[in-house]
Design a protein. Structure first.
Length: 212
């Protein structure tokens, strides 16, 4: 099964991608990781990507999809793959089609904005070791002190409520046309994210027709 995962920042799509990956035995492919790997390995397309990145330019859709095609040709993707973070625009979705990358289903994890804001504004991270917490769902034993190393925990700048709202606005602007694009093909599935991760996973597996 070749999947695309859509979801606003903080909707929990990364967690669900991991669950799908483990269940179906298919790799979760992040375009960012894929680009870094291609650059590190010095492939022809990786060198082109590095040239663009070094000059401060955006890596073209053609290069990204070329690297993606190389990645999904690897043995671990023989049964399918999960695309996380790509495509981000209709132009990229059309380029995927043009270059012959077949997508079976597009799964959106939907969570209302107010719940995402509450979720993300409560996140805290340790300044020293990077451990993650949440003031409601995963609090530290001592307020603002990391359980693991005793350093201070802080709110990341991009988790501040005003920043989250801005990121959500950008996401809606970019992905609303993408949802319409895949909706017309009959490939779009939408699952509403639940409070409990396991409940969301159950709905995701049901939508994909996978027994949990």
């Amino acid at each position: 099964m070749n999947l695309i995962l859509l979801g606003a920042p903080g909707a929990g799509k990364g967690t669900q991608a991991e669950a799908i990956s483990a269940k179906l035995g298919i790799p979760q492919i992040s375009t960012g990781n894929m680009l870094r790997e291609a650059v590190k390995n010095g492939t022809a397309l990786g060198l082109q990507a590095k040239e663009a990145m070094d000059s401060g330019a955006l890596v073209s859709d053609e290069i990204v999809i070329g690297i993606l095609k190389d990645r999904i040709a690897e043995p671990d993707a023989a049964k399918g793959f999960i695309l996380d973070g790509f495509p981000r625009t209709v132009a990229q979705a059309e380029a995927l089609d043009t270059m012959g990358v077949n997508i079976d289903k597009v799964l959106e994890i939907y969570v209302p904005d107010e719940r995402i804001c509450a979720r993300m504004s409560g996140r805290r991270v340790c300044e020293a070791c990077g451990a993650s917490y949440h003031i409601e769902y995963k609090p530290t034993a001592v307020e603002d002190v990391c359980d693991k190393c005793g350093a201070k925990t802080v709110q990341r700048a991009d988790d501040a409520p005003e920043t989250v709202l801005s990121r959500l606005a950008v996401y809606r602007e970019k992905t609303a046309p993408l949802k319409e694009f895949y909706g017309k093909t009959g490939k779009l599935l939408t699952v509403e994210g639940q409070e409990e991760v396991a409940d969301t996973t159950k709905l995701v597996f049901e939508a994909l027709g996978v027994n949990d």
